[in-house]
Design a protein around this ligand. Structure first.
Ligand code: ADP
Ligand code: MG
Length: 254
């Protein structure tokens, strides 16, 4: 019987890195339970696979740079009357992502646009997709500094490599001609390659005012709206309805 350290080193050299960390526990467990050789080999293989998946998921969650952890399970459809349970299920099954559809989430502040976008992003990661979340402000900044900043270059590389790009708060800021242009180039690159979720408090017909140039606006809209589902979220701000105050929970109705 080889020594634990030698066995671990051998496993590492064979790229069984995850199992190498707890191989002695697995062996001890198996000895206690008197399992068959086949069962034992299975448990070793499954352990490696499970831990690799877990690690991959953690890495992808980190890469996605979500501003907070919000899940679809935490999204209360009874609070959001404009989205039915059935529609939420349809969004959650991610067939649209497989078919490279875009998703535009519209509505005033506080209605759950960002929550829903993050929830869908986390769901996509759990199914093995590569996702990245970026605010429109950060995206424009990254595009403008791509040539000079490594951080921006890395971020944009991940964006170009992702299956789903979530661009949060589109058109929150007015863009100048150069910004609109580089944004268009990115959308053009991503078009038909990856799905995009856009959240915005302005309807697409108002985007022109903020993008400035009507030709660029048309070109961007053309690509984004080519294959798209537009979801209008409305109602009162969940944030305002459920805010806690210094003096205790407050309801909008009182
Ligand atoms: P928006 O992006 O539309 O401004 P957010 O997604 O940031 O709104 O939502 C504001 C806060 O309210 C977040 O903490 C979010 O988790 C919560 N929230 C909004 N809608 C819902 C909902 N339907 N169910 C659960 N939490 C919600
Ligand atoms: Mg938001």
């Amino acid at each position: 019987m080889s020594q634990p350290k030698e066995l671990q080193a051998l496993m590492r050299s064979l790229r069984f890195v995850e199992t190498s960390h707890n191989v002695m526990d697995i062996i001890n467990q198996a000895e206690k339970q008197d399992v068959s050789y086949t069962q034992f080999l299975w448990s070793v293989m499954l352990n490696e696979q499970k831990q690799r998946e877990q690690k991959q998921m953690e890495k992808r969650l980190k890469w996605a740079t979500f501003p907070s952890h919000k899940t679809l399970q935490e999204f209360d459809v009874t609070e959001q009357q404009s989205l039915s349970k059935k529609q939420l299920n349809q969004l959650s099954d991610l067939n649209w992502l497989e078919q490279i559809y875009n998703l535009v989430l519209l509505g005033p502040p506080g209605v759950g646009k960002t929550h829903l976008a993050i929830g869908l992003g986390i769901q996509a990661i759990s199914l093995g997709y590569k996702v990245i979340f970026i605010s429109m402000g950060d995206l424009v900044h990254a595009l403008k500094t791509e040539e000079i900043a490594t951080k921006s270059r890395v971020r944009l590389k991940r964006i170009r490599d992702a299956d789903l790009i979530i661009i949060d708060d589109l058109m929150f800021m007015a863009m100048d001609q150069q910004e609109a242009n580089i944004f268009f180039h990115l959308i053009n690159e991503l078009h038909d390659q990856a799905s995009i979720i856009l959240t915005s408090n302005k309807a697409p017909k108002e985007w022109g005012e903020l993008l400035g140039d009507p030709a660029i606006t048309t070109a961007i809209l053309d690509r984004i709206l080519h294959r798209v589902e537009i979801v209008h979220l409305n109602g009162d701000s969940y944030r305002m309805k459920n805010r806690t105050t210094i003096f205790g929970q407050e309801s909008v109705s009182n």
